[in-house]
Design a binder for this molecule. Structure first.
Ligand SMILES: Cc1ncc(COP(=O)(O)O)c(C=O)c1O
Length: 353
C-alpha cells in the first residue's frame, strides 16, 4: 500500500485524522510576539536570554576556493538549532490556546526538538508528548524522559513519515493535545527568517554570500534563512543537504538505515513543504553517514571544535561547493549541534579502525 503523504493538507484529513490546514507562508506576522508569553511564564526569560546570537565562524575551506562561514547553533541553550524553533512554536501555541483545558503540547521529533521542549516543559509546567524514532540516542532519551516528556517511540524503519503519523494518531485518539506539526508550522520558518537569517546578515561584515548550505529535516532552517538572505542577495544559490541513505524527494520508501542526524527525505516522492514551496530552485546534495562521521573527526582535528553529524555533513557539502568557486565567493552554512555522545563514540571507533 502506498502510504498517505504525511504532509498533505489538501483535504484536511488523512488516515491518521484531521490535519492543520495552515498555509505554508511566513513573514514578520509568522513570528509570535513573546511578550505576553514571558509575562505568563517568567522563567522563560532565562532560556530566551541565551537563545540565538550565535557565532558566525570562518571554518576550514579548500585552498584557492571560496571561504566558508558556519553559524554555530550548538551555542543555544540545549546545544541545538531547534531551541529557536521550540521557543517559537511554544510561544505561538501559548498565544493561540483557548481554554478552559490547560495547554498540552504534542509533536514529533528526530531527537533535537524534543530535548528543547523538555527544557521548556520544565520551565513552564506545560505537559509535552512526542513521537520519536526508536533509535534516538540513549543519552538523549534519558535526558528527555527525566525532563518529564512523554515519549512514543516509533520503529525507525517507518522514517520521518512514521513519527508524523504517530503524532497525528495520538491527536486523533485524544484531541485535548495541541499538535504543533513542526513541518508545516509557519513559526518554524519565521524564526529562522527573522532570527537566524537576520543574525547572519548582520554578521557578514560587508561580505557577499554566494551560497547557503543547510541540512533538511523540516527544511525550516534552509528555507527561513534563504528567505532572509535573498532579500539582500537575490542571486544566492540555496543548497539543501540530506542523507545519501534517504535523499530529499526520493521515490523509495522510508528505511531503517542509519543517517546523519535530524535530516532526510520523506520517501515515496514526498517533499518537505517548506522546501518545495519556498526554495523551489534549491540544489540538492547528499552525504553518507560514514562520510559525516569522518568529517566530524577531521573537523575536530583541524579546529578543536566538536560538531554533530548534520553539521559535519553541511561542512562536507560546503567544502565541495567552495572547491568549485573562487576566493571572492562565500559559502554560508549551519552547524545545528555538536553531536550526541553515541555519535562521537561511533566516529572515533571508525577513525581507529
Ligand atoms: C541535528 C539536526 N540537524 C539538522 C536538522 C534540520 O533542521 P530543519 O528541521 O530546520 O530542517 C535537525 C532538525 O531537527 C536536527 O535535529
Amino acid at each position: 500500500m502506498t502510504r498517505a503523504d504525511p504532509t498533505d493538507t489538501t483535504d484536511g484529513t488523512t488516515e491518521a485524522g484531521p490535519r492543520m490546514t495552515e498555509p505554508v507562508t511566513a513573514g514578520p506576522a509568522g513570528l509570535p510576539d513573546d511578550g505576553p508569553v514571558l509575562d505568563r511564564h517568567p522563567g522563560l526569560r532565562y532560556f530566551r536570554a541565551r537563545l540565538g546570537g550565535t557565532t558566525l565562524l570562518d571554518v576550514p575551506a579548500p585552498a584557492g576556493g571560496a571561504r566558508i562561514a558556519a553559524k554555530c547553533e550548538f551555542e543555544n541553550p540545549t546545544g541545538s538549532v531547534k531551541d529557536r524553533v521550540a521557543y517559537a512554536l511554544l510561544c505561538r501555541a501559548v498565544l493561540e490556546h483557548e481554554g478552559p483545558e490547560p495547554l498540552k503540547l504534542l509533536d514529533y521529533s528526530g531527537g533535537s526538538l524534543v530535548r528543547s521542549f523538555g527544557q521548556l516543559g520544565r520551565i513552564t509546567g506545560i505537559p509535552m508528548r512526542f513521537a520519536v524514532p526508536s533509535t534516538i540516542p540513549e543519552s538523549w532519551l534519558r535526558q528527555i524522559t527525566a525532563s518529564g516528556v512523554r515519549v512514543d517511540p516509533v520503529p525507525v524503519e517507518r522514517g520521518i513519515a512514521g513519527i508524523i503519523d504517530r503524532a497525528f494518531a495520538v491527536k486523533a485518539e485524544d484531541p485535548s493535545w495541541t499538535l504543533l506539526h513542526q513541518m508545516r508550522n509557519k513559526a518554524n520558518v519565521a524564526v529562522h527568517e527573522w532570527t537566524t537569517g537576520r543574525e547572519i546578515l548582520a554578521q557578514l561584515d560587508g561580505r557577499r554570500p554566494t551560497h547557503w548550505v543547510a541540512a533538511i529535516g523540516t527544511g525550516g532552517t534552509l528555507t527561513g534563512v534563504a528567505r532572509a538572505l535573498r532579500r539582500e542577495f537575490p542571486e544566492l544559490v540555496v543548497v539543501g543537504n540530506t542523507p545519501d541513505e534517504m535523499p530529499y524527494g526520493t521515490d523509495g520508501p522510508p528505511n531503517g538505515l542509519t543517517k546523519f542526524a535530524g535530516s532526510g527525505g520523506l520517501g515515496h516522492g514526498v517533499r518537505q513543504p517548506f522546501v518545495a514551496g519556498l526554495a523551489a530552485d534549491a540544489r540538492h546534495r547528499s552525504v553518507e553517514y560514514g562520510g559525516a562521521l569522518d568529517a566530524m573527526v577531521r573537523f575536530e582535528a583541524l579546529t578543536g571544535l566538536r560538531i554533530g553529524t548534520s553539521a559535519a555533513a553541511n561542512w562536507q557539502v560546503a567544502w565541495e561547493t567552495a572547491a568549485s568557486l573562487g576566493p571572492d565567493d562565500l559559502v554560508v552554512t549551519v552547524f545545528p549541534d555538536a553531536g550526541a555522545a553515541e555519535e562521537w563514540e561511533r566516529a572515533y571507533a571508525r577513525a581507529a579502525s
